[in-house]
Design a protein around this ligand. Structure first.
Ligand code: GAL
Length: 389
């Protein structure tokens, strides 16, 4: 018997064909290429696996269990977008080109008076893993809500999972009532004229000697732009701009990474360095930093030492070529050791866009060792194969 075709049996194949076309269009190779990154294009919009510009500024990377985790400041659009409206973001990747949004690792608090209240300044978050406790430890630069950049604190949050959520623990000014190692007895009690005019030779001398260090001795040293570094022996260090951004401090963290031991040094007093990014190659420590011009770029500086405790020596600007004097319109945030490749380090910088902070761009460039000196050149489009030669 012949079955009479119904409307349903007539339209079904048409529907199927339509669905197939829609499916084909939505996963056409063009779309996949647009979503999938195969190289670094510094300064361009860098989309995550949801095709959204990555939102992790002033970032740092944790490598754990064959995965890279990128933590950064989640910025918002327009005026006020540089204060923390959302929190610290986290992305994960196994190839460094393609990043999956893992959500907000540390959300701001809605509680009035909380240190991390919405509207506070949360900058340059860094996460390290502590083998002993099995905890992921995040430190970040914190400015309390409504106080501009006056609080100058560092803050701690911990989690049992790399991606979080992180629990806020405390904020503090480090090394209260501790003098830096090798600080002379004589300077500890030296008196200074509080009216000394800034930027005069006498003032420089006083800063060099530790006038501001002394000023903050009781309550703890100022801590703004920061980074964390874990050495080969598992010891971790907190590196930050202190003394009104005039002097960098390197401080040792306790074995659980959740406190300061009180051991620290000052680097280049009155050198006016910030945005520290420390890395180590073949037993030598390198520290990259910027000058202090707010969101505007300036020339980077590089320092070198055989021991993290110094002496540190100045190596000048690591950038070469056009716009080297502006760090290619960026400011350092982290130097990333690429896993599985020898002598492979990536300079990670931010190209800030303070008028619309969410639009800030990422400047990732390979570090080359030219006659032993870490050197950074501009590259429009590059991939990890540069490290194979
Ligand atoms: C920069 C600093 C940034 C942010 C900014 C605020 O110098 O590196 O992290 O604090 O100032 O103006």
């Amino acid at each position: 018997m012949k079955v009479k075709p119904t409307i349903a049996s007539k339209t079904f194949p048409v529907l199927l064909a339509l669905l197939a076309i829609v499916a084909l269009i939505s996963c056409s190779p063009k779309e996949q290429v647009a979503k999938y990154n195969h190289s670094f294009k510094p300064g361009e919009i860098w989309v995550d696996t949801d095709s959204v510009h990555i939102n992790a500024h002033g970032g740092g990377i944790l490598y754990y269990n064959n995965t890279y985790y990128w933590f950064g400041e989640f910025k918002t659009a327009g005026k006020g977008g540089n204060s923390a409206q959302v929190g610290v973001s986290c992305y994960s990747s196994t190839d460094l080109y393609n990043w999956k949004n893992e959500g907000i690792a540390l959300p701001v608090s809605n509680e009035a008076g909380s240190d991390i209240e919405k509207g506070a300044v949360i900058e340059r978050p860094k996460v390290i893993y502590n083998e002993m406790t099995g905890k992921f430890v995040m430190w970040f630069h914190l400015e309390l809500k409504g106080q501009g950049y006056g609080a100058a604190r560092t803050a701690l949050a911990v989690s049992d999972k790399a991606t979080g959520p992180y629990t806020f623990v405390k904020s503090l000014r480090p090394n209260a009532q501790e003098w830096p190692v090798d600080y002379s007895e004589e300077l500890k009690t030296k008196e200074y004229d509080p009216e000394l005019k800034w930027w005069t030779p006498d003032w420089y001398k006083a800063i060099d000697e530790g006038m501001f260090l002394q000023r903050e001795f009781e309550g703890g040293q100022m801590a703004r732009d920061m980074q964390l570094f874990v050495d080969d022996d598992g010891k971790a260090y907190h590196i930050h701009a202190s003394e009104d951004n005039l002097t960098l401090h390197i401080s040792e963290l306790t074995d659980d990474y959740q406190d300061f031991t009180g051991k620290y040094i000052r680097i280049f007093p009155a050198g006016h360095n910030e945005a520290p990014a420390l890395f180590k190659k073949d037993g030598t420590y390198y520290l990259m930093a910027s000058g202090c011009t707010g969101w505007d770029p300036n020339a980077a500086r590089l320092f070198e030492a055989k021991s993290i405790w110094g002496p540190w020596e100045s190596m000048g600007n690591p950038c070469v070529g056009e716009d080297a004097d502006l760090t290619f319109h960026s400011q350092s945030t982290y130097i990333l050791p690429v896993q599985g490749k020898e002598d492979a380090f990536i300079y990670m910088g931010d190209r800030w866009t303070p008028k619309n902070p969410i639009d800030g761009r990422y400047i990732w460039l390979p570090i080359q060792f030219v006659a032993g000196k870490p050197t950074i050149k501009w590259a429009e489009d590059w991939d990890l194969s540069v490290f194979d030669n």
